[in-house]
Ligand binder design. Structure first.
Ligand code: IVH
Length: 683
């Protein structure tokens, strides 16, 4: 068989086979033998990874793939949905010449006329079809094989960018196509949280988005901060009076935006293929600045009449082409497998690579996530591997080419002792990571101090990795409480530390004493206590001593605090070392309480808003202002709605709000409520 049959690279084919074997094996253990060896989350991650591979290389999907099978709640299944119009794929162009050839084909087909284009970023996510009837969201489906997808309505309904109700007069039946994606910041935060919790990581934002949508519990999808850009009207029947059907893709995008969908504001019009080429060039340079991952651009013939004339093959439309940026993927050799130790003692294997160019940078290290990841892929020192960069800070090893493995290399063995302090490294059941058990391990201390000083924690300016290393090796600090005893004289005596920097650092440390309890709790680095849980606990208890005294049950009774967080907090504060640390921090004068929420910051706290019609500012901006003041924005009017904000050409939400007696605000009243003057926008 050809090495890359149907465009599927060999590594992907092998990995898919391997994943199917693993999923098979673990389902059997789970269902038949009732003796699972991995956690549900790890199992879900295998299925999600396979799903990701299958959506990236549709030729890999088999009808009996475990991603499509009933799995008793573990591997979710969804009802099939037949798309009213096939969701086609795109032809690719990888260079300028291919783009120009596409333009020549298009113009020849149309009889030599001039053709205008729309150029849109190609978002690397999950393609979905969203159906609206009478302006209401009735069905959402994945692309599947293009003809039939999976019904993921309940999950898609949790995404804020998928409006429950359209904002404005809409066709009686409307089916649109869009891309669900996870913004890079959410992706990184999600993986950070998962790493902290010992869960397997998502390989890239696309897998994370796909895994988040293909969930049996919509609450999981809801927790995942997904977004969705809509870019195509697949079907529209019954246009409302006074709203003509769009004649161009550009008009279609404007209409979609008016109806309340998120439409990418990077989309551009191009009058000719020269402009398309220019946009592709300009865009590539800015690619890394975007908040989401883009794998290329799509050029589309603007006129919908011309699109219809051009038609499609069974695979792809003749009126569009994807301009793909070079794959951010490279092959190189593993020189060594190192193990680093994190704040909670988690050991993380890392591949040291023969340096290779990848997406504009030289890569010499790649993440291997955890020991299971290494074991599952059987990565060994000396192996040729494929590394990809998918928006993460460090690239990752995604596959091994075992056929090129040198003879006699043994499988990699995770260390049984901490590589930094030599203490025992143990793996607790149900966790993906092995941990160093020594709380005073220098590597853990270093990471704890760095976490303490980080922006969302105590925010100590100027206390980065290099400084912390200097402080540790000079023996000036052994834990975070020591920071508060540092003097300008001590710091000034360090090599490469100017008097002024010493003063600045001491001042920055002083300022951090005033951080509220929520920050302090987060900074302590208690497992499972992220920023959100820290804020919840701080608000609920008000003072650290009340948290210290709280029982596990009292903690678990706090809304949004589950048994896992409660257990972790209780055992953290039950340790004598924690007591000593908290007492020393108190002596150092750190603030131990949470100020009552400032009313100005929460002006709209607890209030629920719905927006309809067109406002003079973009809807996303209006929503952001409401959220900034503590309010919530939802897509449809219900009894729980406090305010309906009405712009010009409001939709059916207005009538519904009147029916339910919801307070209705016009734009001026809305601005007044936000505490904004009339002229804010003009200035
Ligand atoms: S147009 C018939 N526009 O790219 C129209 N696709 O390789 C075909 N994609 O499966 C799609 N952003 O998931 C189009 N602005 C965009 C897109 C986009 C992302 C994805 C889509 C499709 C894949 C094709």
């Amino acid at each position: 068989m050809a090495e890359e049959a149907e465009g599927v690279p060999e590594w992907a084919r092998r990995r898919a086979e391997e994943l199917r074997r693993l999923i098979e094996h673990h389902s059997r253990l789970y269902y038949l033998e009732d003796a699972p060896e991995i956690t549900d989350a790890e199992f879900d991650a295998l299925v999600a990874e396979l799903g990701g591979l299958e959506s990236r290389y549709p030729a890999l999907a088999t009808p009996d793939s475990p991603t499509r099978r009933v799995g008793g709640g573990v591997a979710p299944t969804f009802a099939p949905v037949r798309h009213p119009v096939p969701l086609l794929s795109l032809d690719n162009a990888t260079d300028e010449e291919a783009l120009r050839a596409f333009d020549r084909r298009v113009r020849r087909w149309l009889g030599g006329v001039e053709v205008g284009y729309v150029v849109e970023p190609k978002i690397d996510g999950l393609s979905v079809a969203l159906e609206y009837q009478g302006g209401r969201f009735v069905r959402g489906a994945t692309r599947g094989d293009g003809e039939t997808g999976e019904d993921v309505t309940a999950n898609l309904a949790t995404i804020a960018a998928v409006p429950a109700e359209l904002g404005g007069p809409a066709p009686e039946r409307l089916v649109v196509r869009g891309e669900v994606f996870m913004p890079l910041a959410s992706f990184r935060a999600l993986n950070e949280r998962r790493a902290e919790e010992g869960l397997p990581l998502f390989a890239n934002p696309r897998n994370a988005a796909a895994g988040s949508v293909r969930q049996s519990d919509p609450r999981v999808t809801a927790s995942r901060a997904l977004d969705c850009f809509v870019y195509q009207i697949l079907l529209a029947e019954g246009w409302p009076p006074g709203r003509p059907a769009p004649a161009t893709q550009w008009e279609a995008l404007a209409l979609l935006s008016e109806l309340g969908f998120h439409v990418n504001d990077e989309n551009r019009k191009a009058a000719s293929i020269d402009e398309v080429v220019e946009l592709c060039r300009a865009f590539e340079a800015r690619r890394d600045e975007l908040a989401y991952q883009v794998d290329g651009l799509v050029a589309k013939v603007d006129s919908l009449a011309q699109q219809a004339e051009l038609g499609a093959t069974s695979h792809s439309p003749r009126w569009a082409i994807a301009f793909k940026y070079p794959a951010e993927e490279a092959r190189t050799r593993v020189l060594a497998i190192e193990v680093s130790v994190g704040r909670t003692g988690a050991l993380t294997p890392l591949a040291v690579l023969e340096p290779v160019r990848l997406a504009g940078t030289t890569v010499a290290r790649a993440s291997l996530h955890n020991e299971d990841y290494v074991r599952q892929r059987d990565v060994r020192v000396g192996d040729w591997v494929t590394v990809v960069k998918a928006g993460e800070v460090i690239p990752q090893v995604v596959a091994v080419d075992a056929s090129r493995r040198p003879e006699g290399v043994p499988p990699w063995e995770p260390p049984r002792t901490c590589p930094v302090c030599g203490a025992e490294a143990v793996r607790i059941e149900g966790e993906a990571a092995r941990r160093c058990v020594n709380a005073s391990c220098p590597a853990q201390v270093r990471e704890r101090i760095l976490h303490w000083a980080s922006r969302p924690a105590m925010d100590i300016d100027g206390l980065g990795a290099r400084r912390v290393d200097e402080l540790l090796s000079a023996g000036l600090v052994r834990d975070v409480a020591d920071l508060y005893r540092l003097t300008v004289a001590e710091l000034g005596a360090l090599p490469r530390m100017a008097e002024k920097s010493a003063q600045n650092l001491v001042a920055a440390i002083q300022r951090s004493r005033e951080r509220p309890l929520s920050r302090l709790l987060y900074a302590l680095g208690i497992r499972y206590v992220g920023e959100r849980a820290a804020a919840t606990l701080a608000r609920h208890f008000g003072h650290i001593d009340r948290i210290r005294r709280a029982s596990r049950d009292e903690l678990a009774a706090v809304p949004d605090v589950g048994p896992v967080i409660a257990g972790s907090v209780a055992s953290f504060f039950a340790q004598p070392e924690t007591d000593r640390l908290v007492e020393r921090l108190k002596e150092a004068g750190l603030r131990m309480d949470e100020p009552a929420a400032a009313p100005a910051a929460g002006l709209l706290a607890g209030k629920t808003f719905v927006l309809t019609g067109t406002l003079s500012i973009p809807r996303s901006q209006a929503e952001a202002r409401i959220r900034a003041l503590g309010g919530r924005v939802t897509g449809s009017v219900s009894r729980a709605t406090d305010y309906l904000v009405v712009g010009s050409e409001p939709g059916s939400k207005l009538a519904r709000a009147r029916e339910l007696g919801v307070t209705i605000l016009d734009e001026a009243a809305f601005r007044a409520l936000l505490g904004e003057g009339k002229d804010d926008r003009a200035s």
